[in-house]
Design a protein around this ligand. Structure first.
Ligand code: NAP
Length: 331
């Protein structure tokens, strides 16, 4: 059982710990060396430190690796957590790839969120996760070749069938959120949001108006905001990201020095400041930091208890508004 309690936040009708755990980094080929034993230890450290919200995807890791790892780690502790997973990003043989344009070296991703495949995706994820229900289920990306309402309708059918509890959306616009919510209530919208990636104000406004929770992905800027990322080695996915190109990364690191100075002044780490800053942006935002390292996991989850005085938040707003980030975004 969890030794520490974290405060609870409400995503639509779903209660989760104020900070979740993003499991993507526990698969090889994401951000550095990892093996399953180490991965399971990191995830269990998150549960022990009070996290009750775990985020994965059928597309993280090779052939369902990430979901399988999450399922194995949660054996015997399934009922302690809300499991969120995403679909349409692991395409079985014979499923047509629909290109989804992205702003990094790959240029595009292959997705397919056609309703005819959605039940099959869910059954595969349930098998990998070793569970009988997915608590929060998102199409990983809106499929440019399929009306989002049709994808959402297929998830609504899974809710009726008892395989899924809540619908989420990931990487959508405000317009897409509104259209989907009209088909079936959306519990949470997942979007990249951090100190170096402002949230789309229209998406934030729509989520607030509709009572939809916000899940902030890459809340530590894929590690950048911790101030500890050095040379990004071969086999690390950040090699694909323009912001981690060696020259850009150095420039960005220099420009974020004033942010790190605020953390030092408060006697917290830059990672804790980045997470506490997000938690103070909205009462229904839940960041999902990832880490392979139990000490980092504990440090991150402790950020749920950091109070940022108004004056500090105002100073950070000024600093961040003046900080130009070198290198494009992922999406
Ligand atoms: N919907 C989408 O399209 C989408 C896209 C990307 C991600 N996501 C979700 O968002 C989750 C988090 O994304 P992410 O992994 O990119 O995010 P992140 O939390 O921004 O960054 C993770 C990186 O930060 C490092 N780190 C974490 N805590 C640290 C600490 N206290 N000190 C030093 N370094 C630390 C980790 O290294 P160590 O392992 O060494 O600690 C890891 O390399 C993913 O697991 C995934 O579920 C969703």
């Amino acid at each position: 059982m969890a030794e520490n309690l974290l405060s609870i936040r409400r995503l639509g009708g779903l209660d989760v710990s104020a900070l979740g755990f993003g499991a993507m980094v526990l698969s090889p080929g994401v951000y550095g060396e990892i093996d399953d034993e180490r991965g399971e230890r990191a995830m269990l450290a998150a549960l022990d430190a009070g996290a009750t919200f775990v985020d994965t995807s059928d597309g993280h890791g090779q052939d369902g690796h990430n979901e399988r790892l999450v399922g194995r780690a949660l054996r015997g502790r399934r009922d302690e957590v809300v499991i969120a997973t995403k679909f349409g990003f692991r395409l079985p043989e014979g499923v047509e790839a629909h290109p989804f344009p992205v702003g990094f070296a790959l240029g595009e991703l292959a997705v397919n969120a056609d309703p005819k495949h959605v039940r099959g995706y869910a059954e595969a994820s349930l098998r990998e996760l070793g569970t009988d229900r997915i608590d929060l289920y998102y199409p990983h990306f809106p499929d440019p070749q399929v009306p989002l309402a049709d994808t959402v309708g297929a998830v609504a059918d899974l809710v009726s069938a008892g395989l899924v509890r809540h619908l989420g959306l990931s990487n959508v616009t405000a317009g897409q959120l509104r259209a989907a919510h009209a088909v079936h209530p959306v519990t949470a919208v997942q979007t990249e949001w951090s100190m170096w990636r402002p949230v789309d104000p229209e998406l934030l406004a729509a989520a607030r108006e509709l009572g939809v929770g916000l899940v902030a992905w890459s809340p530590l800027g894929a590690g950048f905001l911790t101030g500890t990322v050095g040379e990004v080695k071969e086999g690390d996915f950040r090699r694909q990201m323009p912001r981690f190109d060696a020259a850009n990364q150095q420039m960005n690191k220099d420009r974020f020095a004033p942010v790190r100075a605020v953390a030092e002044e408060l006697s917290i780490t830059p990672a804790q400041l980045a997470l506490a800053w997000l938690l103070h942006q909205d009462e229904h935002v839940v960041p999902i930091p990832g880490s392979r390292t139990p000490a980092h996991v504990q440090e991150n989850l402790a950020a749920a208890r950091v109070e940022l005085p108004d004056g500090v938040r105002e100073r950070l707003d000024v600093i961040l508004a003046q900080t130009r980030v070198e290198g494009g975004t992922l999406l």
